[in-house]
Write a protein that binds this ligand. Structure first.
Ligand code: F0G
Length: 460
């Protein structure tokens, strides 16, 4: 028998978390207007709201923080980060920005104009937001298999190349670029296969359209290619990453995920012309070209965090923890997106709370139940997040209502995962008694889920 597996790190610094009573939580969530973003962190026992910016940094990263160069222009930290980006992704040009949506803002200011169409694999909400804000359309071309949560498919982040070809044929003149999100957050942290990247590249070349990656979770995607795709078992994560990015013209990156830092991002370019145009917007929105919204110490930590991101052992630790949580839920019969994705477990809320009407926000209802039951904070990836249709003003009902349990990197143990699984199992046992959800009392016109205020449809 093989030796048992354990985490690829040991813990040097700890941060307390607090348990609370159901009575306290009932009070707190009511005060938060039933929006988990309004809770204070100390009101949460296990925080699975997001894996973004919640990473525990390594001792090497903390050591790098002390070496940060805070010069306004030409800081050594900038060149350190430039070197990491060149080595890992092969991009000659890059701009630092303060986070992923800032990268979208700067790059899309160069590339997207009114009436454009941007095809992709289930664009993340800020990506879609930045496209729609410019009165353009984000067109989802993800494979249909992604929307059947019980179907096992190794690459549910893939683009349907037949659909893409059709879209390119019809709208080529209005398409500034194709975007591939690695991994695809919206369909469940699901990877894109190398073959799909190659096929999309071939189509992009045929129609002379550039290909952009949203690479927030590029390392997790590379891990899945190694584990699941023929021909990659013997390759290193570094080699896989090099090949992945060889097919892209540019990249937007939220470093708060696989960059292993708490804030930061960048844009990578192969094309000097795009870079030059983006420089103006970077100075306008983010900061001078050699810091762009990041401090020197943060750039140092990121330069190191990117190199750590491609270490096989830490990726294995991470993905196995996600699988651990998913398996605890599957054992209880709780429906989750299968196979398990990289950064999170996605519960199919419609198959869990079958008696709550969709107008009453099924996944949000489950998020609130989970908080009340175990003090666990998860997030709705459903109708609230999907916003209203910009034309009709009606709610957009996504194909699947998810409750996402996102796992911060190197932060929680599997005992914390058990707390979440136990609470969900208890709710699952009494799920038929949950028959009503919530109604909106206040909402913003775009990205409403962050600030929405709700009340229970039935008092009590
Ligand atoms: N792209 C993807 C795929 C993301 O998941 C996110 C953020 C962004 C872009 C935007 O990056 O937050 O640095 O501005 N996702 C977070 C999440 C918020 O919880 O999934 P950002």
């Amino acid at each position: 028998m093989e030796n048992p597996f354990a985490e690829s790190f040991k813990i040097k610094m700890v941060e307390p978390v607090y348990r609370s009573t159901r009575e306290q939580r009932r009070e707190w969530i009511k005060k938060a207007r039933y929006n988990v973003f309004n809770l204070r962190s100390e009101q949460v026992y296990v925080d699975l709201l997001t894996d973004s910016g919640t990473t525990a940094m390594s001792q090497q990263q903390w050591a790098e923080m002390m070496l940060g160069d805070e010069s306004y222009a030409g800081a050594s930290s900038y060149y350190k980060l430039k070197q990491s980006i060149e080595d890992l992704f092969g991009f000659d040009y890059f701009l630092p920005v303060h986070q992923g949506r800032a990268a979208e803002n700067v790059l899309f200011s160069v590339l997207v104009k009114e009436g454009d169409i941007v095809p992709g694999n289930a664009h993340f909400d800020t990506t879609k937001g930045h496209i729609e804000y410019r009165k353009a359309t984000a067109l989802d071309c993800t494979i249909q298999e992604a929307y059947n949560t019980s179907l096992i498919h190794p690459f549910k982040g893939n683009i349907d190349t037949d659909i893409l070809q059709h879209v390119l044929e019809k709208y080529a003149d209005d398409i500034p670029f194709i975007i591939l999100t690695l991994t695809c957050n919206t369909t469940g942290g699901q990877p894109v296969s190398m073959q799909n990247m190659k096929d999309v590249r071939t189509l992009a070349d045929r129609y002379s359209i550039p290909l952009v990656y949203d690479a927030a979770r590029f390392a997790e995607n590379a891990y899945f290619i190694k584990e699941r795709e023929d021909g990659y078992k013997e390759k290193t994560i570094a080699d896989i990453v090099t090949e992945m990015f060889s097919y892209a013209d540019a990249v937007t990156m939220s470093s708060k995920k696989d960059g292993n830092v708490n804030i930061g991002g960048f844009i990578g370019f192969r094309n000097g012309d795009w870079y030059e145009k983006a420089c103006t917007y970077n100075i306008l929105f983010e900061g001078f070209l050699t810091y762009g919204g990041m401090s020197g110490r943060d750039m140092n930590a990121l330069a190191c965090g990117l190199r750590e991101a491609i270490e096989y052992d830490s990726l294995e630790t991470r993905i196995k923890q996600t699988e651990y949580l998913a398996n605890r839920l599957l054992e209880k019969g709780i429906p989750v997106q299968q196979p398990t994705g990289g950064h999170a477990v996605y519960i199919d809320a419609t198959r869990f709370l079958t008696r709550v009407p969709r107008e009453e926000f099924i996944a949000q209802t489950l998020a609130i139940e989970l908080y009340l039951e175990g003090g666990v904070r998860a997030v709705e990836i459903g109708t609230l997040l999907a916003d209203r249709d910009p034309q009709s003003g009606e709610n957009r009902y996504p194909e699947i209502e998810y409750l996402r349990l996102a796992i911060p990197r190197r932060v929680y143990t599997n005992n914390h995962m058990d707390v979440a699984a136990f609470a969900l199992a208890n709710i699952f046992d009494r799920k038929d008694k949950i028959t009503s959800g919530y109604r909106i009392i206040k909402e913003a016109p775009i990205m409403r889920h962050f600030t929405v205020e709700l009340e229970p449809v039935k008092a009590g």
